[in-house]
Each structure stands twice: as C-alpha cells, then as structure tokens.
Design a protein. Sequence first.
Length: 725
Amino acid sequence: MLKTKPQFIRPGDETLYPSRNKDGTIDTLLNPSTDSALTIDSDSKTNFVYNRYHHLPYEAQRQKLPVFQYRNHVLYLLEKYQTLILIGETGCGKSTQVPQYLHEIGHKVCVTQPRVTAAVMLACRVAEERGEILGDQVGYAAGMTAMRTPESGIVFMTEGVLLREMFASPLLMQYSCIVLDEVHERTQMTDVLMGLLKKIAKKRKNLKIVVSSATMDAEFLKDFFNLTDKRETAGVSTSVIMSMQGRTYPIELFYSQEPVPDYVKATVDTVVKIHENEPFGDILAFLTSQEEIQSALETLQMYAEQNNDKNMHRKYFPSGFQASNMLVVAMYGSLPHYRQIKVHQSCDKNVRKVVVSTNISETSITVPGVVYVIDCGFHKLPYFDPAVGVESLSVTAISKNNAIQRAGRAGRTSRGKCYRLYTEEEYDKLPPSVPPEMCRSDLSSMILQLKALGINNVLRFTFPTPPPAKCLLSALETLYALKGVDRVGNLTQDFGTNMAELPLKPMCAKMLCNSGEFGCIDEALSIAALLQVDGVFSKFNGGRENIAAKMSRRNNFEVAEGDIIMYLNIYDSYMKIKKSLTDERRAMKTCKEWCQKMYINYKVMEKACEIRNGLEKLVKGKFGMENQVYEGADLGTAKCERIMKCVLSGFFPQAAYLSVDSSYRGIRGAKLHISPDSCLFATQQPKWVMFASVQSTDDKTYMREMMTIQKEWLLEIAPHYYKET
DNA sequence: GGGTTAGGGT
C-alpha cells in the first residue's frame, strides 16, 4: 500500500514488478564479462590505453529508483497525484505507450516534443499501433503543418505550439492531461512550459501532468511540481516519481588510462583499434565541429581504402577477427539532407559503418545499429553574455548527463561498448549537467511572450532553474528600447502585443511592425523571412565549384548596402521567376533551374516563401497593417533608403562603428569583426554598420547579415537610444 | 586588412 510520504512507491501487487534479483538489481546488469578490456599494443601511435571498464547502469538504477510495470501504475499514480515524473531511457515506451493509457481512460492528451520530426513520427507510430487513421483520434500539430481535429484524443505537438495555444486558452481547458516529453534537454521552451504548467496546475486541480525525462534528476522535478507548502510537515506531495525500464542491452564503459592530448587523433586511432580487434558492429564517434569531423574523416577514409584493398587478399585481421571492409560517413547539421540520410542506409554485409558526428546524434538523429560509441568528452556550447549581447560558441567539456546519453546510443540493438577518450578521474570531475538553456541564452523573445500571457513580473516567475537576474534585466532593457514594454515593464498596446504574436526575435518583429510607416511592408516581410533560414547559398567542399559559386554570388547579388539588401534582391528575383509562369509544375522546374544556375538552395528559398506567407497573413490580415503612401517618385535609391531605415528601426540596438584598429565596436563595447561570409567583407570598411546576428568563436566575434548605415539615421530613428556626441 | 557556422523552434 502507498505510504503517505513515499520516498519510493511500494505497490502491493508483487507481480507487477519485472523480474528482479533478490538484491533488487536488474538481471541483465549482473555477470560483467571479465576479459573484454581493450588493450593497445606497444607500437600504437598514441599512447592510449583503456584500463577500466564497468557497466553503465540503467538510469533508474543510477538514481536509485524502483522499476515498475507500467499501465496500472501510471493510471494508479495519476489518480492519486497531480503530477507524475516519469524517468526512463528513450525506447521504453514513455512517449508512445503512456499517452495511450491515458487516452483509454478518457483523457484528452497533449504530448509535447522539442522537435517537429519527433512529434510527427510519434503521431504516425501511435496511430499505426492503434490501427487508426492519422489525424483522427491521434493527431499532431508541429510548425506550420497540422493533422488533427478538435476531437483528437492524443495530439503530439512541438512545445512552441502548446505555448501558442495558451494565448487562446490560458488554462488549456481543451486538454485534461499534458505530457511534457524529453524534459532532460531543458530547452528554453521546456523550462517556460514547466513554469506555466505549474501555474495552471494550481488553478486546475483536475489537470494531470506527466513530465518525462531520460536522465534529469527526478527529485528536482518532483520538488518543482509539488504544490504542497513545504512548511506543512504533514502535507502530502502532489507529485510522484515513477521509472520505466528502457534499454534492454547493457553497455560496457571504457576510460582512457591517461589524459588524451588530441581527441581527433585518438578518435581515429580508436576507430581503427575497434575495427581490427572487436567483433562486427557499427561505430558512432562524437566530435565537436564540422572541421574536426572533416579532418578525422580524411584520415579514416585513407585507412578505409587501404583496409578494403588489403581485404581482397586476406580473410582475417592479425588479431584473428574476420576482416571486414569499412565505410566512413560524416554527420552534422549543415550537411545537405541527402547526405544526412546516408547514416540510415544499411551498407553491404561485412562492411562496418563508421559515423563521425557532432552532438546532433545525441538528441535529434538516431543512428541505427550502433554497437560502439567513441566519446571525445567535448561539445560546442553556446553562451550568451547579457552585458554585451553576444552569443559565443566554444568547445566545452560535456556533462555527466551528456556522457550517459552518448553511451546510451550504443546499446539499442545489442550489447554495446562505449570508449571515453578521457580518464575516469576526469569523468568524475564533470558537472552533472549543463546549465539549462534558459540560463545561458537571450531571453528577450521568451519574456515578451510571457508578458503577452499576462505574466508581468517575470522576475518573480517560478522557473525550474531561475536565470541570472542580469539576463532578465538585459532582456527587459532591449524590449524597452524597442518599445515593446513601457517604463514599468507592461506590454505596450501599439507594439508589444503584435511583436509577441510574431514568430520572430523581437528586433526582427519590431522591424516588421514599423514597416507600414516606412511604406515597405512587402520588402520587410521578405527580409524577415530570409533572416529565418540558413544557407541560402549552396555550399561546396572547396574546389572549382566553390569558386564558381562565389563568383556567381559576387557578380549577381552582392551589393554595397550589405547582406540584408542582397537577400531582398535574391527573394525578389526568385519571386519574379516563380510568378512568371502560371503552370505550377513548370514554375517549379524553372525555379529549380534558376537556383542551380545561381548556386542558390531551392529548398531553402521555398522554406522562406512559406515563412513569408505565414508572416504576411499575420501582418496584413490579423494586424491589418497598411503601407503609408509616399508622394512623388518612389523608386530606386529613395525607396531603398526607406527600406534600410525600416530595417534599422528594429535592429538599431545592434549597430557598430569602425574603430581605429580596423575592427568594429558594438554599442555596448563588444569588439566585432565582419564575418568572412558577409558582402561587406571584401569591400572598403563602412564607418557604421548594423547586423542581424552575431556569434563569437574562440577568439573572434563575427557580425552576420549586415547592412551599412548612416550615423545620422540612428539619431533620426532611435533618438531615445542614441545621443549626439 | 581580415578568413566562418553545436543543435533546436514559434
């Protein structure tokens, strides 16, 4: 029977437990093999020896939680408690089974996911499992696409969609149960939703909340969602923890015996060692950047060619293992889609696939059939400095949670092995988790949305992990400068409300809100849309094509005014071609051909069109914005200057001026450089510029999406922000 | 006169 204050739940029915040993451990974790430690012979190029190994415990064991059979317990616990904290690795049915249990007893269930693809895939899988048509009882709503009816009993959605739904219905009365999935990722959106749901839970005692996480500290979540006053000693918590067993295969961990001086080289060496000394099975190696991956790939491809050649004359490796061929594949976000799919394609029998990846494979992409994981111990992590308003991206040591997540990628289809390119002592020193995104990113957009939901005092809002006060204050300052909030921090009627509704960063939203006044709504829409996409220009790995692409860009598009006006020109040219043909299929073909000729990415342009249509509906439809009429000739330079001023009227806090050392200074003192990717990189340096985004690498801070401006414009457009000096 | 981008999302 349940105790009043359960530390661990003890249900009466013993048969509900999965088979366990007398000491409570789970069976598969026992009997570690004794002879599988990998040692490296003395002629190894790097002095790199693995000496320690043990099994990676299941998450439930790590957090010392009991494991239960699911359905009855989920339902039983949610009858007793308002919030259920569900812990378990991916693959244990948290995301697919639990929503169905809840739906079967009559709940209207909403399941949130951080990514569009996951939401859509889960909806498909659950609908299929139930033998139903997608969009009927089981639906999804993600990004701009939705397949659902108001009657749908289970809806998968991205977190942002649920936040939007709160605008229309603040207490989410359309759902009786909310499942927050993948909470361990701690995205900005997840944290805000957790805060908001806690607030709703206080008002709607009948709303059930399930918080599902792979690795995050269960007690932390339980405390956060406990609505009982802690001073009330007899009070019973309103939240409870349950764990589900996921992974079915154990993973052996190996640590490097000595610190690794060069983890790219060590990764290559380890791949080769595994290939020649370990049984067949694919390898997944984590590195931090595209550059590192390319460098590792070059060496590995050379090895693979030699290896595959040698295999024509041999059956066995010197180690005695059967010789197999090797296929090396790269995996990172900016890789074109058709090359990302390569990791899913199974290769020939007797070919070992080696995937070298960034942390994209830690969360977003599942590489199937991985048996060996190589973890370099680092990743690139962004950190926002509120003092200067700059986001920097630098190589940082991972957290223990990351390390566990990476290792977990190995044991999905069979026993797995994880090689950590750092010592066990180094592992022990790693932080338990990375600070949540909320605490290291720009908050201005999120705060604007919270204000629009009626949460005025954001400093008192209960975040799961409160962000530093200076981050909140810096965001409020930006919003005040943009006139999205007034002096006391209330949302302004003329701008704030509309800005919050636009799915854009506040500066970009402000540009759009001002565009009627400058008589350039259409141009501002195109610019805003293109600023939302990445990679308008096709990329090549060096060579002749790369030079041709750069030439094309310079000759056809680059303008002295900068990247933003260039993007506008590209969009206009593209639309001219798209609209010149009435036959849709022929128009598409012509657009594709034009893009290919101009080295422009067709899919990205189409995405921009889609985004622009969405924005246009809001701006012209819902807000009813109209262009102010300008008298007289309104062409060429006059119009262009108005467009530029309109852009600046949103982005004025991101202006910079040329300093004596030929770098730039931001308004808040940051030392800035023109990105080599910008139109303005090769031109004579303009005295004043503005930029839409900025990112700092280890040594330099680069401005991207730039535009030249006049100093006088700043005084004219933002007199409340700039003073004559 | 200098040389680049972990991953998401409304």
